[in-house]
Ligand binder design. Structure first.
Ligand code: GLN
Length: 304
């Protein structure tokens, strides 16, 4: 096994010295208040050990990382019908883009752009009477961490400015690809994005995807085929129009969020979460991307 404690320490030191440049996501007022200088990383191994550096126990808003968890909850009970409503191709466009929906007749390119995650929320609303509480229970169960919670003030602040997500929903509804009430979907989506977790929480949660869909105790949440597909989607679509760059520099399936978090997995070996709020122009954590690049370089361990 690589010497993870010293590798994480040196990554932490390099990031503090380099301070990769970025800007906070201010379009969600609740995220604009976060202290930008924080950096944390947690690596969780297949044998169950956690290695930590920096602000790895500080909770932050996971934002779009939640899209992987929403899809996992949906896929845990549903089959291939999901893929009639949302595609599996990289979009090559920003996370909140509207352009492709018009000529692709309301079918989003993939479940990790906003339009796709909104369709996943629509499907979940059709399956559960109280999807907010079912989703939180699902995340608590797969992480094994009962204190994980929603940050209601972040959810509310996003809901108040959710014009673009409402536009995506209305356009898809016009094409017949949204079945539930648009306001109920926005409410559920913003709440799901507001989940608050630390790097340690997130690395443990993503152990499910490292472990091919099986929880530590042996319970199967996703079949091996479904876990493979979710990892493949993270690899090709997890970073929007920067997915190629992430594969090129880091070489792990992963997912970012505008709260500055990134979760990634090396199937069979480790899950890792990193957090630093300032974002690069594509909306991905600048220091987070750099830290994960250093991790796969220093350990010599990417999926490639
Ligand atoms: N809640 C955010 C939004 O819908 C999530 C975006 C992200 O993290 N990339 O804009």
């Amino acid at each position: 096994m690589p010497d993870y404690p010293s590798i994480l320490q040196s990554i932490h030191g390099e990031i503090l010295a380099e301070r990769p440049e970025g800007k906070l996501a201010t379009y969600i007022p609740g995220l604009a208040k976060v202290a930008p200088d924080q950096f944390g990383i947690c690596l969780h191994t297949a044998s169950g050990e956690d290695f930590l550096a920096g602000d790895s126990e500080v909770p932050f808003s996971i934002q779009s990382i939640t899209k992987v968890l929403l899809l996992a909850m949906l896929a845990s009970t549903e089959g291939d019908s999901i893929w009639q409503r949302v595609g599996v191709e990289p979009s090559g466009n920003p996370f909140n883009s509207l352009v492709q929906l018009e000529y692709e007749k309301g079918i989003p390119r993939n479940p990790f752009i906003n339009a796709g995650a909104l369709v996943v929320c629509d499907l979940l609303l059709g399956l559960y009477d109280d999807p907010e509480s079912n989703f939180l229970k699902f995340v608590q169960r797969i992480s094994g961490i009962p204190e994980i919670h929603y940050d209601r003030s972040v959810a509310k602040s996003e809901r108040e400015v959710a014009y673009r997500n409402l536009a995506l929903l209305n356009l898809m509804k016009d094409f017949g690809n949204i079945h539930q009430d648009v306001d109920a979907i926005i409410r559920f989506y913003c709440t799901a994005c507001s989940i608050s977790m630390s790097c340690r929480h997130l690395a443990r949660t993503f152990a499910l995807f490292m472990n091919h869909g099986i929880l530590d105790g042996g319970e199967e949440i996703l079949s091996i085929n479904k876990a493979k597909r979710i990892n493949a989607l993270m690899q090709t679509c997890g970073f929007y129009d920067e997915s190629g760059e992430f594969a090129f520099r880091v070489g792990l399936p992963g997912k970012s969020g505008v709260g500055g978090g990134i979760a990634a997995v090396h199937p069979g070996r480790y899950s890792v979460a990193v957090w630093s709020p300032p974002l690069n122009p594509k909306g991905n954590s600048a220091a987070g991307l750099r830290a994960l690049e250093r991790l796969t370089d220093l350990t010599g361990n990417s999926i490639f």
